[in-house]
Design a protein around this ligand. Sequence first.
Ligand code: GTP
Ligand code: MG
Ligand code: ZN
Length: 277
Amino acid sequence: MNNKKGIIIKQISNLYTVKVEDKEYDSRARGKFYIDNVTPLVGDQVIIDIKNKYILEILPRKNSLSRPSIANVDACIIISSVKEPKLDLNLLDKLLTIVINEKVEPIICFTKLDLLSDEELKEINFLIDYYQKIGIKTFTNTNLKLLIKAIKNKVIVLTGQSGAGKSTLLNKLDESFNIKTNKISKALGRGVHTTRHVELFSYKESLIADTPGFSSLDINKLTNEEIKNTFPEFKVNCQFKDCNHINEKKCQVKKDLEDNIILKSRYNNYLKFVREK
Ligand SMILES: Nc1nc2c(ncn2[C@@H]2O[C@H](COP(=O)(O)OP(=O)(O)OP(=O)(O)O)[C@@H](O)[C@H]2O)c(=O)[nH]1
Ligand SMILES: [Mg+2]
Ligand SMILES: [Zn+2]
C-alpha cells in the first residue's frame, strides 16, 4: 500500500512536506486540485502516495485561517508585544475576533514585559486580568509552564505582529527548532518579517506553527452579527435580544462600559470593526 494518511507540515511554493507517522515526504499536489481550485494548506490531513510523492486527497477541514493560511487549527496563540513594537490593542482584538469566529481557541501571550516601567507593567497586568476574566487564556512569555499546559495535544498556530517575538518563543520552547529571529528595525520601529513561510513543528504531542508576522489584515468577510458574537463580554441581558449595543436604549453592554466593567478599548474596537466594513 503506497497510500497513507498524513498531515502537511510545510509548504514552500508548490512543494509540500507531509508527515506520515514520524517520516516526512516532500511531495506535490495532484493537478486535479488546481482544476478544482482547491489549494492544500499546511495543517491539512491528506492521503498521500508515498511512492510517487503525490498528495491524492485532502480530507475535510475542521476550519481554516488565512494570512497566514493554515487548516485544522485547535488553538491560536496571539503574540502581542507590549513594547517595540508597541502594544496594538486594535490588532489584538481583531485577531481575537477572527480566531473566535473560526471556532479556534484563542490564547494571548504578551511579550517584552521586561522593557516596561513599573507603572506600565501595572497597566499590562490590568489587561491580563481583563482578558482572563472574559474567558480567554492569557499568559506572558516569562511563564512558559502555563502556556505549555494550555497547548498540550493540539495543533497550534502563532500569530501576531512582525517582531513581536513569535519565533523567539518557539525557540524558547525547544532550542533545537533553531528558528531564525531578528532584531526589530530601529528605523521602522517594527519587525521586518524574518519568518517567510508557515511551518508546523512537532513539540511533544503538539504541532505548532510559526508564521510570518503580519501587520495588517481585514475582517471584511465577517457580518456585524458575527463580529458581535466574538465578544464574550457582550453576552449580557440587554432589553432587546438582538441589541447591537450601539444606539439602543437600556443596553446592558453600554451600562457595563460606563461602569468600567467592559474595557473602553474593547468597546471602541468593536465599533471600529463594525463600521470599518
Ligand atoms: N526584550 C525582549 N525582547 C524580545 C522578547 N521576545 C523577543 N524579543 C526580541 O524581539 C526581536 C524579534 O523577535 P522574533 O522572534 O524574530 O519576532 P517574530 O514575531 O518571529 O517576527 P517575524 O518573524 O518578523 O514575524 C528579537 O530581537 C528578539 O530577541 C522579550 O520578551 N523581551
Ligand atoms: Mg519569526
Ligand atoms: Zn446592548
